[in-house]
Write a protein that binds this ligand. Structure first.
Ligand code: ADP
Length: 729
């Protein structure tokens, strides 16, 4: 029982009791027996929704009660705020919680005051690189979803970060939470932790495959799903609804998620009460308000009928509105891409994995999903305390497929987790950072540091890590980020800077070469293109017809590029150049005040993607500005201006206005067109003119006056000048 655990802060056991948590779930009990509340390291490999969070809380709270400090590493930024909100419940018992997101180039000193810190692995990595002192005081670190060390892009950072933290404090308690994977014992070995490996779930999970009208379940039973003319997914959703349950449908692309949500709305709308209809109508309005795009409109239309879609192209506001409405049981079905399975807490009575194949760029065609991924989706089925059981369903189109799906996913064990560290892009970044932040001063020390990683625990290929590190060291030396002498390693000033800026050394090299090649003042497009061709910017793919369009543009604007354009005969290099140009023009459109909606159409992306590109560009331009400073290049002012223009999404003339809180790109343009061209104008101008330009929105105008420091922000008795009738109120 919770009350048997010593060292919990006063009031916490009672708090858990109020939440309905008195007795530990079996895997939690095993973790406590393994010493998770006494500072011992534990790897918990248990199914989704089986209470992993409580295991982490017991470790962190007891560590803090003994005078220590805990760090909780999340895999996604979106989860950082969710976890922070959960842990803040303990602030009433004197436990201070802080979340660290935002820029990758600060040391976050303020976090020294906190007892529990929540951050992504990238953020922790960057804090270590920037010399955050409090990292030395950590007594407990929790790694959530540790099976993601398997991910090519992000796994190595988690792996190296854990190795660094454990090197800084040999007695650090390490708690790793994992989905059920094939080789959790190897993760436990690596972390010198006791393994808790369990398949226990608080709520029954039935798994099955629908073929025709028959739902075949894993206990051998069959259920009849009446179908009429309906498609399989609609029939399953309707069957759940008739039992007052909700469904999650996983599909393989954004477009499919949107199409499915539209179709399933025709099923759900007949099951709404009139109160639900009213509430959904309000939520749909909020979604339309949050972002002015076709995607949001489509989402709002579906939500009004009790159906929604969920994918990474949505704005974070829309995403939250959808998740909340689903938890409140207003939205009856969500059609989602696999991103939703990765951690966000949206359990549902029935989970339908409609597509078990998806496009894979490496294969150049459709490839089956990993067992681990499908099991994570399955794990979202069943809400403890609300549903009698959870049900996870795949859909077969033939009798053979029925058997195949049982073998491939229902009966199968998840794949083992494999370290992805021994790849050059990963090691390039981490070797430089390891040397720059003092974890290795010689090649021998570097090798022995790398031996602390999961990769070293797993590999039989002796020497591979050393070979790849040698290549990487040569690369870093050639680009003057690192010096080697008699086996000794030293980061140069530039190398330190690159490590702290948290960019891939290859991005830094590309940026430096480009800036050095600049003749005269670089244009915004030239700079946007430069940062878009670094490995830190995810590419926009060229669609059919794009090649011609961007080739033409490339020749038209050739003089603006920093560095020379590859020849059309160098196929891959030229193609990459054009993809970068597509991204660069997206950024230029954004910084030229083009409507989000028009951009979405022109580039085939959602508002969330535009945000993502803009944020990455801001970060890389900031790095470029610092590198220019470090190298004494005089493009600093041009870079700063380009950075501000993407940040605000405006032309140069609006930079002053758009920087005022609550103004934004659209209002800045309207103010400017009404003759109010600067902050000084805002402070002095005739109030009725400002009010007119803001379309009669009094509250907004007053807030803006306050933010710009106007002495008399009050608008009482002022009438809007000009065309204000459209939006008064
Ligand atoms: P996971 O992190 O494994 O996906 P969660 O930690 O979110 O799962 O737990 C799922 C739910 O179970 C939460 O609502 C949590 O409050 C509840 N829960 C966890 N442990 C217990 C317990 N021992 N007794 C009752 N409810 C619990």
């Amino acid at each position: 029982e919770i009350s048997d655990i010593p060292d919990l802060p006063e009031g916490v056991p009672e708090h858990f009791r109020e939440q309905g948590i008195e007795e530990l779930y079996p895997p939690q009990g095993e973790a406590v027996e393994a010493g998770v509340a006494d500072g011992e390291s534990v790897v918990a490999s248990v199914p989704t929704a089986s209470g992993k969070t409580l295991v982490a809380e017991l470790a962190m709270l007891t560590s803090v009660a003994r005078g220590g400090k805990a760090l909780y590493i999340v895999p996604l930024r979106a989860l950082a705020s969710e976890k922070k909100a959960e842990f803040e419940e303990f602030e009433q018992y004197g436990v201070e919680v802080g979340v660290s997101t935002g820029n990758y180039d600060s040391d976050g000193d303020w976090l020294a005051q906190k007892d529990i810190i929540v951050a992504t692995s990238e953020k922790v990595d960057s804090l270590v690189r920037n010399g955050a002192q409090w990292v030395d005081d950590l007594t407990c670190v929790v790694a959530d979803e540790v099976h993601l060390v398997d991910s090519k892009n992000r796994g190595p950072t988690l792996e190296v970060t854990l190795a660094k933290l454990r090197k800084l404090n040999e007695n650090l308690q390490t708690v790793a939470l994992s989905a059920t994977v094939g080789n959790a014992d190897e993760i436990a070995d690596w972390l010198d932790a006791t393994l808790v490996d369990s398949s226990w779930r608080p709520i029954d999970l039935q798994k099955g495959v629908l073929y025709g009208q028959a739902l075949h379940l894993d206990d051998g039973s069959k259920k009849q799903i009446s179908r009429g003319n309906e498609k399989a997914t609609a029939a399953l959703v309707e069957d759940t609804l008739s039992d007052e349950g909700s469904s999650l449908v996983f599909v393989n692309s954004r477009r499919n998620a949107e199409a499915a949500a539209r179709r399933l709305g025709d099923v759900t709308r007949d099951y709404l009460t009139s109160e639900e209809r009213t509430e959904l109508h309000d939520i749909a309005d909020e979604i339309r308000d949050a972002s002015d795009t076709q995607t949001s409109d489509d989402l709002a239309d579906a939500v009004e009928k009790g159906s929604a879609f969920h994918h990474a192209g949505l704005s974070s506001e829309s995403r939250e509105l959808v998740e909340d409405a689903f938890r409140d049981r207003l939205v009856k079905v969500i059609s989602a891409t696999p991103t939703l399975a990765a951690g966000v807490n949206t359990p549902s009575r029935r989970v339908i994995v409609r597509d078990w194949r998806r496009y894979d760029g490496d294969v150049g065609g459709m490839a089956p999903l990993d067992v681990l991924e499908v099991h994570q989706m399955f794990g979202r089925a069943g809400r403890p305390g609300l549903d009698p059981y959870g049900e996870a369903v795949l859909i077969a189109n033939s009798h053979d497929e029925l058997d195949e799906l049982f073998d491939r996913y229902v009966w199968a064990d998840p794949e083992p987790v494999r370290s992805k560290l021994a790849a050059e892009p990963a090691l390039r970044t981490h070797v430089l950072a390891t040397v720059a932040s003092g974890f290795a001063d010689t090649e021998d020390e570097l090798v022995s540091f790398l031996e602390r990683t999961l990769y070293a625990t797993q590999t039989d290929e002796t020497g591979r890590l050393e070979t790849v590190s040698q290549n990487v060291l040569e690369y870093l030396e050639r680009n003057e980020f690192l010096e080697r002498e008699d086996g000794g390693l030293r980061a140069t000033g530039l190398g330190h800077r690159v490590s702290q800026l948290y960019i891939d050394p290859m991005s830094a090299a590309e940026i430096i070469d480009g800036l050095r090649a600049a003749e005269g003042r670089p244009t915004a497009l030239g700079l946007f293109h430069l940062v878009s061709r670094t490995p830190d910017m995810y590419e926009l793919y060229l669609r059919s017809g794009d090649r011609e369009e961007y080739t033409e543009l490339a020749y038209e604007r050739e003089s603006e590029f920093l560095g020379s354009m590859p020849s059309e005969f160098e196929d891959n290099a030229f193609e990459d150049w054009l993809s970068a140009l597509k991204t660069a023009r997206l950024l230029e459109d954004w910084a030229s005040e083009l409507d989000e909606d028009d951009m979405a159409e022109r580039y085939g992306v959602g508002p969330g993607d535009i945000r993502g590109k803009v944020e990455t560009a801001e970060w890389l331009l900031n790095a470029a500005e610092r590198l220019a400073g470090e190298l004494g290049l005089d493009s600093g002012a041009a870079i700063r201006e380009a950075k501000k223009r993407v940040e605000y999404g405006v032309e140069e003339e609006l930079l002053d206005l758009a920087g005022v809180r609550n103004v934004g790109r659209k209002r800045a343009r309207r103010l400017y067109d009404a003759g109010i061209e600067s902050r000084a104008d805002l402070r002095e101008a005739d109030k009725s003119v400002v009010l007119g330009a803001l379309r009669g929105r009094r509250k907004t105008a007053e807030t803006i006056f306050e933010n710009v420091g106007r002495k008399d922000p009050d608008l009482e008795g002022v009438e809007a000048d000009g065309d204000a009738e459209t939006e008064v109120g």
